[in-house]
Design a protein around this ligand. Sequence first.
Ligand SMILES: C[S@@+](CC[C@H](N)C(=O)[O-])C[C@H]1O[C@@H](n2cnc3c(N)ncnc32)[C@H](O)[C@@H]1O
Length: 219
Amino acid sequence: MPFPTPDDTAETYWNGFYRSLDRSVDSPPGPNALLVEEVGPLSPGTALDLGCGFGGDAIWLATQGWRVTAVDVSGAALERAGEYAARADVAERIDWQRHDLTATFPAGTHDLVCAQFLHSPMERPGQRDAILRRALDAVAPGGSLLVTGHTGIPDSMKDTPFDVHLPTTTELRAALRPDPAVWSTVTERAATREATGPDGRSFTHRDMMLRLVRTQAYA
Ligand SMILES: C[S@@+](CC[C@H](N)C(=O)[O-])C[C@H]1O[C@@H](n2cnc3c(N)ncnc32)[C@H](O)[C@@H]1O
C-alpha cells in the first residue's frame, strides 16, 4: 500500500489506492470468511456495509437475500463494485453510497450493520471508534453490529503505512461502551489465518470479530 502524501484526504488516498490496483485482475473479491461464518446462519434483512471497497461482502450479502446499503469514501472503489454487482445480477439489491464516514453517515436503521477491516492510514485517533459508535445507532431492534478487524500487522508487512492502533475486542468494546441493558455480546473472538505475501512468503494475520445484538430499542 502507498504511504499517504501530506495533501491526501481519505478520498484521494483511497481513490489512488484502488486506481493503482491491477485492472487485469478483474474479478470481484470474495467475501470475508469471518462475515460468511457469522452471518451465514442469520435470516436475511437489511444490511449496511461500512467501508465496502470493491464490494465483495455487499455482493455476497445480496446473493444471500439481504438488501444492502454499501458505503465507501472512494468513488473509484464504488464504481468498480457496481460493475461487479451488475455481473453478479444483484445490482438492484445494493444501494452504493459515497460517504467519508468521519463526516457523514447514511440514514436509516438496518438488521445488520457491519464493518470488515475498516482500517485506514488516514485515520486519526478516535475516528474509527466514533464511526463504530455511530454505527450502533443504525442497528434496528433485534439487529446486529458486526465488526471484524486486524489486531496486528504481520512482521512481513511491517513496511505498510498502518501505524494506527488496531484494537482487540476488549479494547473495541471499551470504546463502544454498549449499554448492557440494550446490547448483548453474541460473538467475541480472535482469529488467525494464513496468507501469502507478494514476495511469496507465508505469514499469519491476527484478526478479531465482535458481534453485538440490540436486544431492545432505546427508550
Ligand atoms: C482495508 S479496506 C477494507 C475493504 C473491505 N471492507 C474488505 O474487507 O476488503 C478499508 C476500506 O475502508 C474505506 N474507508 C477508509 N476510510 C473511510 C472513511 N473515512 N469513510 C468511508 N470509507 C472509508 C476505504 O476506502 C477502504 O475501501
